[in-house]
Ligand binder design. Structure first.
Ligand code: AHM
Ligand code: MG
Length: 319
């Protein structure tokens, strides 16, 4: 085995020592969360906590633990000024923000409905710099984004602006090694991901796009499509990075009042930065997700991301 460590990769690629240290801290938070996830049944941390998050969703014990781990790791860094977490109602100000300080937005444990059934979950994060005294970063402010996936193996997938690189956690040494350099999403795909149980709520455009895929060779697309849905965005994005595909969680008649299902700052933005850095696209069906202006920390959005040619097809269905 001759893989570069995450630490060596960061030393080579990230010139700002503060950002490098922050990414090291985030990686160690992900390593801790990976152990918590692996031990959750033995530690009696499955089931619901009986609490709800700011969006009224039931929190799992591990949602809360992962949030504490993530927040502590980030707060230990002297230049982190602001934290925005899925599990915390208000934006947390850690210090008087100075220009160049960091804002970290994160979902400490995404897809946590998969925990009790032992399927992949993950952590999602984005880093930006404090700017203009405005608390919420826009998508184009992000300087780095990534996710950790806790699956058959634990991986950290990262972009520091250009390119996307995947690091696998070696359980023998508790070290992340670069195993998936320069991940790129193929432009074309024949695999889509959507929660089809919501079909009766879909807009006409989504219904047309999915119906055309399902019609396969006898429909307008003229080819066979496959479908996957893991109910874990990290797992969907990881699959798309490895073998292509398109993921849709659109605004529909049932979630329109909330603005959609997935959250802009700590779910959609980070995955959009990763997709764009891997040659793929990420939109709300029409416009790039990174161009949406945030108005609240827990704002939701429609999400369509993955292989470029399919994202274009969805946009065409909306037109
Ligand atoms: P969460 O942050 O509460 O875990 O919700 C986000 C998750 C995504 O990972 C996934 O794409 C989606 O919710 C699944 O939703 P559904 O249960 O409607 O299939
Ligand atoms: Mg989430």
């Amino acid at each position: 085995m001759d893989h570069e460590t995450l630490h060596a990769y960061l030393a080579r690629k990230v010139s700002d020592a503060d950002l490098r240290d922050l990414l090291d801290q985030i990686a160690s938070a992900c390593w801790s969360i990976s152990s918590l996830v692996a031990g959750s049944a033995l530690q009696g941390q499955q089931g619901d906590s009986g609490l709800v998050n700011p969006q009224g969703e039931v929190q799992k014990p591990l949602d809360l633990l992962a949030d504490v781990v993530f927040a502590r790791s980030c707060a230990a860094h002297p230049k982190v000024a602001t934290l925005i977490s899925e599990e915390v109602e208000d934006v947390v100000t850690l210090k008087d923000p100075k220009p160049g300080d960091f804002v970290v937005s994160y979902d400490p444990l995404d897809g946590s409905s998969n925990l009790d059934v032992n399927l992949s979950v993950g952590s999602i994060f984005a880093v930006s710099r404090v700017s203009n005294g405005y608390q919420l970063p826009t998508g184009r402010d992000l300087i780095c984004a990534g996710y950790a996936i806790y699956g058959p193996s634990t991986m950290l997938v990262l972009t520091v602006g250009e390119g996307v690189n995947g690091f696998s956690l070696d359980p023998e040494t508790d070290t992340f090694f670069l195993t998936h350099p320069e991940m790129m999403v193929p432009e074309d795909t024949a695999e889509f991901a959507i929660n089809i149980s919501r079909q009766r709520y879909w807009d006409a455009a989504i219904l047309k796009y999915v119906t055309d895929c399902i019609d396969g060779p006898i429909g307008p697309r003229g080819k066979e499509f496959n479908m996957r849905w893991t109910a874990s965005m990290v797992a969907e994005v990881h699959r798309i990075l490895v073998r292509g595909g398109v993921f849709l969680y659109p605004v529909d008649a049932n979630n329109r009042a909330q603005g959609g299902k997935l959250r802009l700052l700590y779910e959609a933005y980070p995955m959009a930065l990763i997709m764009e850095a891997a040659g793929a696209a990420a939109t709300d069906g029409r416009a790039p997700l990174l161009d949406i202006h945030p108005v609240g920390p827990h704002q939701r959005t429609s999400v369509v991301l993955g292989s470029r040619a399919e994202v274009v097809q969805v946009a065409a269905a909306y037109d």
